[in-house]
Design a protein around this ligand. Structure first.
Ligand SMILES: Nc1nc2c(ncn2[C@@H]2O[C@H](COP(=O)(O)OP(=O)(O)O)[C@@H](O)[C@H]2O)c(=O)[nH]1
Ligand SMILES: [Mg+2]
Length: 206
């Protein structure tokens, strides 16, 4: 077999190589209900080609995956998304997107090991999906920020109404985003990093 003609045998691409100045690599998990935009967010910010395990939705998901509000969605993430973003010359984030469907909760155990924080993506048309996810993060003591992914048909609520509806403490940041836009997704991650920093600067009394 002539491997020289194969495009699978190639060296690392420049965007795959970490900057030499990178001093800290932080693991962040992107969670949320079905179809809230996790794969989109990881894909829009990742500087490496995101690994995504999208599968065409099959009849197997019928009655199992709640597709209410996302009936047009043709693919679903079966395991996880993975991406990387260099936030500044020293700080690199590794992003893990994980499905919110209850039947994938077993994945959370491994995925949250060593994670510093999480982003909860929320679709205001289906707030109830976020309740379980937020509850599980709180049980695990994982700090998180909430990003409202603004879909055109989704109702928009004042932040404090959302805070009350999601039963979030006053200090948890809630921001709007468009997961399709790199700058917006990057802002979400910056908000998480600032929040994590504020927690280390002002630790909650035990
Ligand atoms: N209008 C709009 N559509 C979005 C946005 N984010 C994701 N989508 C679309 O919503 C669908 C579900 O997104 P996806 O990333 O697969 O959701 P996941 O199940 O959480 O990974 C896809 O068709 C996306 O193109 C957004 O911010 N605005
Ligand atoms: Mg997905």
């Amino acid at each position: 077999m002539d491997f020289r003609s194969s495009d699978t045998v190639i060296g690392p691409r420049t965007e795959d190589i970490l900057p030499a100045t990178a001093a800290a690599a932080v693991k962040v998990v992107i969670v949320g209900g079905f179809g809230v935009g996790k794969t989109t967010l990881v894909g829009s910010v990742s500087e490496i080609r995101p690994l995504s395990t999208e599968e065409t939705m099959t009849q197997a998901g019928v009655g199992v995956d709640d597709i209410h509000g996302v009936e047009h969605k043709a693919a679903t993430t079966v395991a996880m998304d993975f991406g990387r973003i260099t936030l500044n010359e020293h700080l690199v984030l590794y992003l893990f997107g994980t499905p919110g469907q209850q039947r994938f909760w077993f994945l959370w155990n491994g995925l949250f090991d060593g994670a510093l924080g999480a982003v909860v993506l929320v679709d205001t048309r289906r707030l109830e999906v976020s309740f379980d996810v937020i509850g599980r993060l709180e049980d695990r003591g994982v700090p998180f920020v909430v990003a409202i992914n603004t879909f055109p048909e989704a109702p928009s609520y004042p932040t404090e109404e959302l805070r009350a509806a999601l039963d979030l403490p006053a200090d948890v940041p809630i921001i709007n985003c468009d997961a399709r836009l790199r700058a917006s997704s990057r802002d979400v991650l910056m908000t998480l990093m600032r929040y994590l920093h504020s927690l280390t600067a002002n630790p909650e009394p035990q």
